[in-house]
Design a binder for this molecule. Structure first.
Ligand code: PNS
Length: 164
């Protein structure tokens, strides 16, 4: 479709949380196409494989119109250009997220001047939520109910036990 407005929501999604899904739902209605891109963060070693992370995202976004799940190994700015995206969507929680996100947004715009980053404030109930918190709770045998989509709970718990 000509003039189709595409945005990219990038992240590690290791695994997807209810906080990510909230951002996906809210961003999806603002663009014609929202590509949820599972990417490599060089500062993190993922617990879940790329395939698992994409499968979790596909299962939980299946009913959302205009939302696609993809993976990308290179630079986000190049990927966005290939997909003809006009925006990167990011969620912001506490002030502590800001400095890192601000730096990435400016670097991405320098790499691809046609690309802007749009920040959505987290919903208040997700302030404390992160994939790291989910993994930590699951590894120690706690309940991750209310942190991740119900349909993923069993798989995440099983995998975190097996993974160690
Ligand atoms: O969920 P995360 O781990 O905070 O997401 C960070 C991510 C994956 C979006 C970021 O590390 C990234 O964009 N990686 C791709 C490589 C890249 O473009 N790096 C330069 C960013 S300025």
């Amino acid at each position: 479709m000509k003039n189709m407005r595409t945005a990219i929501y990038p992240g590690s999604f290791d695994p997807v949380t209810l906080g990510h899904l909230d951002i996906i739902r809210r961003a999806a209605v603002m663009f014609d196409r929202l590509i949820v891109a599972v990417m490599h963060n060089q500062n993190k070693t993922p617990m879940f494989t790329m395939e698992e992370r994409m499968d979790f995202l596909r299962r939980t976004t299946a009913g959302l119109s205009g939302v696609e799940v993809d993976s990308c190994g290179g630079l986000l700015a190049d990927y966005a250009a290939r997909k003809n995206a006009c925006a990167i969507v990011k969620g912001l929680r506490a002030v502590s997220d800001f400095e890192y996100e601000f730096q990435m947004a400016l670097a991405n715009r320098k790499l691809n001047p046609a690309l802007d980053t749009m920040f959505l404030m987290t919903s208040a109930e997700n302030m404390y939520l992160s994939s790291s918190v989910v993994k930590d709770i699951a590894v120690h045998g706690g309940s991750i109910a209310g942190f991740v989509p119900d349909e993923l709970m069993e798989d995440i718990v099983r995998r975190t036990k097996k993974g160690g």
